[in-house]
Design a protein around this ligand. Structure first.
Ligand code: 5AD
Ligand code: SF4
Length: 470
């Protein structure tokens, strides 16, 4: 039994630290669930924990650097407490098993993206020797594992894993494997059970949610899935991330418009506004087609928020290509954007392309892009000042605990004054002030009693972060 790995009478504790996207948040909750199933309790800090799990990301290079920094810090703690166990899981582990072994030999367990379920066994084995196991195929769909959710009212629900695309900058297909969709009936059963347990908001996760179902039925089933989940009484909000623009079609937009619980927010990764660069990236759409999709969704869903991911400095990107990206940013008027500097990744086609750009050129373009987008985000937030928005309360604001924080259906962050406003409930908030990344306001009261009946656990949580991919 795992409990025996640390010889002590006090309660055994664990901490899972998550890097990267929402898929990793989801997987971390499963690892926490398995550890709690083994009798571990959550520790306050990594320094105190008996088992520390790093759930890693490798989408950009700085994620690697951060992991090794953290592992160096953990070595000093492990020198003082040799019984503690250090686990590295996730995408970087999948990619770099041998490098981790070499660079950080004090790590006890390495497991990849396909074998989360093996965590308890590998931990037990690590009593004898380091236990490193990476598989090439998923053995148990991670959603089938027990979860320890970090929020009582929000849940990540994985609808597919892996990706069948081959965007030339992206390492995800190499570390997460080909796309495998989960059966619709299993997804619905999970969401029903979550709602019965107090969840009011779910975020459906997949690398490319719009191709969900193609491997099950030969045809995409995402719109059908949204409609079937919308039937679940008590589910207030459905979010999803990320659709690939090439697969984002009218049937999904119609389902979004017609389903009460599907939020008025779409995250549609642009990556570049230059047709030449989009081709080099193998994105399979043009700027014209992309903008048509944005128009389609804005026409169908009043007030919808459109957000995106943009990469600056792809190999060979010229000033003209970058200007084309700025033009699309101006035309699409994104409500928010995650902006990234291109990072060469092993096992990707772009890494071997000619024309890698000097850091200063990329930084200078990046700064210009951020400035342009911040002005548009501010204008978008200013446009709703004076309105009253439905906000799902997340808890006290981190910056000012006298205030509460929550998100609108359009995923805008709101800090607001409100007494007696409970976490996990819907509040009506009068929006008073706009900033590029958040709004401020005052609560005018709580939503209907339907939420209150199901919200017995007032714990803090957040439901945000950068997109899984797409
Ligand atoms: N360099 C920079 N950004 C990247 N992304 C994915 N791969 C890279 C890379 N090699 C960004 C994309 C994707 C988001 C999750 O991360 O914009 O949509
Ligand atoms: Fe797949 Fe998204 Fe990566 Fe493209 S960017 S390969 S769609 S995960």
């Amino acid at each position: 039994m795992l409990r025996s790995i640390v010889v002590s009478t006090k309660e055994k504790t664990y901490l899972v630290r998550t890097f990267g996207c929402q898929m990793n948040e989801h997987d971390s909750e499963r690892m926490a669930g398995m550890l709690e199933g083994e009798g571990f309790a959550k520790a306050g800090s990594a320094e105190d924990a008996d088992v520390v799990v790093f759930n890693t990301c490798c989408i950009r290079e700085n994620a690697d650097t951060r992991l090794y920094g953290n592992l160096g810090h953990m070595k000093r703690i492990k020198d003082l407490r040799p019984d503690m166990r250090i686990v590295v899981g996730g995408c970087l582990a999948q990619k770099d098993r041998h490098i981790i072994q070499q660079k950080a030999p004090w790590v006890d367990v390495v497991l990849g993206t396909h074998n989360l379920a093996s965590l308890p066994r590998l931990l037990a084995e690590s009593c004898e020797r380091p236990a490193f196991e990476i598989l090439e195929q998923t053995e148990v769909f991670p959603s089938a594992l027990p979860a320890r959710r970090s929020s009582p009212w929000h849940a990540w629900v994985s609808i597919s894993i892996g990706c069948n695309n081959s965007c030339t900058f992206c390492i995800v297909p190499a570390v997460r494997g080909p796309e495998v969709s989960r059966r619709g009936s299993d997804i619905k059963a999970e969401v029903e059970a979550l709602v019965a347990d107090g969840v009011v908001e779910v975020t459906l996760l997949g690398q490319n949610v719009n191709s969900y179902g193609r491997d099950l039925d030969g045809t995409p089933l995402f719109a059908k899935l949204l409609r079937s989940l919308d039937d679940i009484a008590g589910l207030e909000r459905i979010r999803f991330t990320s659709p690939h623009p090439k697969d984002f079609r009218a049937d999904t937009v119609e389902a979004m418009a017609e389903c009460r619980s599907v939020c008025e927010h779409i995250h549609l990764p642009l990556q570049s506004g230059s047709d030449r660069v989009l081709k080099l990236m193998k994105r399979a759409y043009t700027r014209r087609r992309y903008l048509d999709k944005v128009k389609m969704v804005r026409d169908a869903i009043p007030g919808v928020a459109v957000t995106t991911d943009i990469i600056v400095g792809f190999p060979g990107e010229t000033e003209g290509d970058f200007q084309a990206t700025l033009e699309v940013v101006d035309a699409a008027r994104f409500d928010a954007a995650y902006t990234f500097q291109y990072s060469a990744r092993p096992m990707t086609a772009a890494a071997d392309m000619p024309g890698h750009l000097p850091k200063e050129v990329v930084q200078e373009r990046y700064d210009r892009l951020v400035e342009r987008q911040e002005a548009i985000s501010l204008a978008s937030n200013e446009a709703i000042v004076g309105s009253t928005e439905e906000v799902l309360v997340e808890g006290p604001s981190k910056k000012n605990p006298a205030k509460l924080t929550g998100r609108t259906r359009t995923n805008r962050l709101v800090h607001f004054d409100g007494k007696g406003t409970e976490e996990g409930r819907l509040a009506s908030v009068a929006i008073a002030t706009a900033h590029p990344h958040f709004l401020e306001g005052r609560s005018e009261g709580m939503g209907e009693e339907r939420s209150a009946a199901r919200m017995p656990l007032p714990l803090a949580a957040t439901a945000s972060g950068c997109s899984a991919a797409g």
